[in-house]
Design a protein around this ligand. Structure first.
Ligand SMILES: Cc1cc2nc3c(=O)[nH]c(=O)nc-3n(C[C@H](O)[C@H](O)[C@H](O)COP(=O)(O)OP(=O)(O)OC[C@H]3O[C@@H](n4cnc5c(N)ncnc54)[C@H](O)[C@@H]3O)c2cc1C
Ligand code: FES
Length: 258
C-alpha cells in the first residue's frame, strides 16, 4: 500500500553534469520495495512546485533509498540545492515492478540516461542472476559512475555517441545500434528504461522473439491512478503509467499514444 511518509536527506551528491545521487533515510525498513517501483517526492524550494515528482528507486537497503536524478526543471533544480539533514515528504512505494529475472540465461538491460536507475536496482536485488547492462547517455559528461558500483553478476557497457549524429531521434537509436554491432549474445529476457523512442525501437527489434519489459515515463499529477493524467493506450485498453505501470510488456504498448 502506498504510504505518505517523511524522509531525511543523508546526502545529495553531484555525480556528473546535471546528474545527482540523492540518499534518503526513511522511518521504516525498505526491504519490501522492488525494482521498477518509484517514489513521488515533494521538491519544494525557491521555485514553487505544488505537485510531487516521480523518481525511480535506484537502490533500497535497510531504511535508505537511493535516487539518481537529472536536473531538467523547477522541481529537480530545487532538489539539487538541498542539503543533508533536510526533511522531504514522499509517497512510497508507487507502481508495479519488473518480473523476476531469469537465473538460467542472461538478462539484457538497456538504460538510457537516468533510466539506468531501476535496472541497476534489479542487478542488486538479484545478485545470483546474470546481467548484460548497456548504459547510454546523450552526452559523455552525463555519465554517472555506474560501473564502479555494479557487482560481478553484471557485464557493463557504456555508449555515448552524441557527436556523431545530427539529431536527437537518430541518437536515441545508437545504444541499440551499438549493442547490435558489438554483441552476439542471445538474451533470455530484456528490461529497458529510458527515452520512449529508445524503448519503442528496442521493442520493435525483439518483439515476438524475447520477452521485453519496459518502464515507461509520463507527466504525472496524483501518482496513484486517480487523475488519469498519465493514461495511454495498450493492446488491452487504456492504462495509467502510475498505477498499472510503470512496467509493461513492451509488446502491449501503443507507442504513438505516449
Ligand atoms: C515512473 C517515473 C520514474 C522516473 N524516474 C526518474 C529518475 O529516476 N530520475 C530522474 O531524473 N527522473 C525520473 N523521472 C522523470 C522525472 O519525474 C521528471 O524529470 C521530473 O518530474 C521533472 O520535474 P521538474 O519539476 O524538474 O521539471 P518540470 O519543470 O516539471 O519539467 C521540465 C522539463 O522536463 C520534462 N518532464 C517533466 N516531467 C517529465 C517526465 N515524467 N518524463 C519526461 N519528461 C518530463 C518536461 O516536459 C519539461 O520539458 C521519472 C518519471 C516517471 C514517470
Ligand atoms: S498521475 Fe494521476 S492517474 Fe497517473
Amino acid at each position: 500500500m502506498i504510504e505518505k511518509t517523511n524522509s531525511t536527506i543523508l546526502s545529495n551528491e553531484k555525480l556528473a553534469s546535471s546528474i545527482y545521487l540523492l540518499k534518503l533515510k526513511l522511518k521504516e525498513q525498505v526491504s519490501e520495495i522492488l525494482p521498477g517501483q518509484f517514489i513521488q517526492l515533494a521538491c519544494t524550494g525557491n521555485e514553487v512546485t505544488l505537485l510531487k515528482r516521480p523518481f525511480s528507486i535506484m537502490n533500497a537497503y535497510n531504511d535508505t533509498i537511493d535516487i539518481l536524478y537529472k536536473v531538467v526543471g523547477k522541481g529537480t533544480l530545487n532538489l539539487s540545492q538541498m542539503k543533508a539533514s533536510r526533511e522531504l515528504e514522499l509517497l512510497i512505494p508507487c507502481g508495479n515492478y519488473f518480473s523476476t529475472p531469469t537465473s538460467s540465461g542472461v538478462n539484457l538491460l538497456i538504460g538510457g540516461g537516468v533510466g539506468i536507475a531501476p535496472l541497476f536496482f534489479l542487478t542488486k536485488k538479484f545478485p545470483d542472476c546474470h546481467f548484460d547492462l548497456w548504459y547510454g547517455t546523450s552526452r559523455k559528461n552525463e555519465r554517472g559512475p555506474i560501473d564502479n558500483w555494479t557487482g560481478s553478476n553484471v557485464k557493463f557497457h557504456f555508449h555515448s555517441d552524441w557527436n556523431t549524429v545530427s539529431n536527437v531521434e537518430e541518437f536515441q537509436g545508437t545504444i541499440l545500434d551499438a549493442y547490435k554491432e558489438n554483441s552476439t549474445l542471445t538474451p533470455s529476457k530484456i528490461y529497458t528504461c529510458g527515452p520512449t523512442i529508445m524503448m519503442n525501437k528496442i521493442t520493435e527489434n525483439w518483439k515476438n522473439k524475447i520477452p521485453i519489459e519496459v518502464s515507461l515515463e509520463a507527466r504525472m499529477a496524483c501518482g496513484f491512478g486517480v487523475c488519469l493524467g498519465c493514461s495511454f493506450k495498450t493492446t488491452s485498453g487504456q492504462k495509467t503509467v502510475c498505477s498499472d505501470g510503470p512496467v509493461f510488456n513492451g509488446e502491449t504498448v501503443v507507442w504513438e499514444s505516449l
